[in-house]
Design a protein around this ligand. Structure first.
Ligand code: SF4
Length: 362
């Protein structure tokens, strides 16, 4: 494709909603089957309406690989675009409409500090006795770290299974970056609380004694999702008091106290499937990102669906992907220019893929 012309992002900021809609549709049509647009469930309606597929991060990356389309525009956050680049072919290019769309949880664990913690832990516990497990919401270099250390990636839907797989092979699991997904999964496996410790990234030995590290089965990095942390036990109690018979369903990134008193807990895909499959006239309070909950409410008018918090729990980084950025990257593609491509270096990609493939065999 010859480079003809490129467009400047600032020229898109004042366009009307109608004009953006028209230009995005035109650009999408012009790219035809060379292009695939992916929309994570937490994206706003104005963006997700252009997606060829909706889903969670891994499902979307797998759709991208299957499609073999040349250009993958990932409406999500940075680690998702990295995951898509890891699993897609060499001829495919992954584009994130706004490169500042990160994930605050993924940013809480960086390779330098994880490697330092790993050194401290393995000095005490021995490297043969521990495996690293990273949530898919992590940077590509951490996935590669797990690949190199015989570890594995997990999604929220199979975290429990992955931790069990690891504990069948070794004594301990070092789980990052989400403390809450790790704790909720360990709890489901029946691991006693006194065998779960938290690694505070700024404290010597993560704030633990040598004995605690020796005794621990699960060592949790103290990362969290700022969106899911906003749900509190009092919100569950509020809905239970006012709506007897209500079902409370939450994401496993929520704190343990919330999960413990909810009826159901699972990934975004699980939440959507469960609520969709429920009988009409049932009443639900859902603890996950607000765009997903609002969409579920619109698509399931025969049910009463509440958002499980009085405050707006919006993923502000996902929100950076707006129609302006989408239009800008698409019109650049039509003009023959790839902007905001996300590229994972080859060596990192190779090891990260190994860690992802270990998970897929489960
Ligand atoms: S909802 Fe939380 S975990 Fe998901 S992308 Fe946003 S900050 Fe990250």
């Amino acid at each position: 494709m010859a480079i003809i012309e490129s467009y400047r992002m600032e020229d898109y900021l004042d366009l009307s909603e109608e004009e953006l809609d028209r230009r995005i549709s035109t650009a999408k049509e012009a790219m035809g089957d060379r292009l695939l647009i992916l929309g994570h469930h937490y994206q706003q309606d104005d963006v997700i309406k252009f997606a060829d597929f909706r889903g969670d991060s891994l499902k979307l990356s797998q759709e991208a690989a299957r499609s073999q389309r040349e250009f993958i525009v990932f409406c999500g956050v940075h680690f998702m675009a990295e995951t898509a680049d890891i699993v897609t072919g060499d001829a495919q290019k992954v584009i994130l409409p706004d490169l500042t769309a990160g994930c605050s949880m993924a940013d809480m664990a960086d390779l330098y500090n994880v490697e330092r913690a790993w050194k401290d832990i393995t000095n005490i516990a021995g490297e043969a006795n521990i495996l690293p497990v990273t949530y898919v919401n992590s940077t590509a270099d951490l996935k590669a770290f797990c690949g190199k250390k015989d570890g594995v990636v997990c999604t929220s839907s199979i975290a429990e299974k992955v931790i069990k797989w690891a504990l069948d092979r070794t004594d301990k699991v070092f789980f990052f970056p989400d403390e809450h997904l790790g704790r909720n999964s360990a709890f489901k496996l029946g691991i006693p609380e006194d065998e779960i410790i938290v690694w505070h990234r700024d404290a010597p030995l993560g704030g633990n004694s040598e004995n605690a590290i020796k005794k621990a089965k699960i060592i949790l990095w103290n990362g969290f999702c700022s969106v899911h942390m906003l749900f509190l036990p009092k919100h569950v109690e509020y809905f239970r008091e006012r709506y007897p018979g209500i079902k409370i369903i939450v994401h496993p990134e929520c704190r343990r106290e919330v999960v413990a008193i909810s009826d159901l807990c699972g990934s975004t895909e699980y939440i959507i499937k469960t609520v969709k499959a429920a009988p009409p006239d049932t009443v639900w309070a859902v603890g996950t990102e607000i765009n997903l909950v609002n969409r579920l409410r619109k698509e399931q008018p025969d049910k009463t669906i509440f958002f499980l918090s009085p405050t707006v729990c919006l993923c502000s980084t996902m929100y950076r992907i707006d129609p302006q950025h989408l239009c800008w990257v698409l019109e650049n593609l039509v003009a023959g220019k790839v902007v905001n491509q996300v590229i994972v270096p080859d060596e990192e990609k190779r090891w990260a893929k190994i860690a992802l493939e270990r998970m897929l065999t489960l």
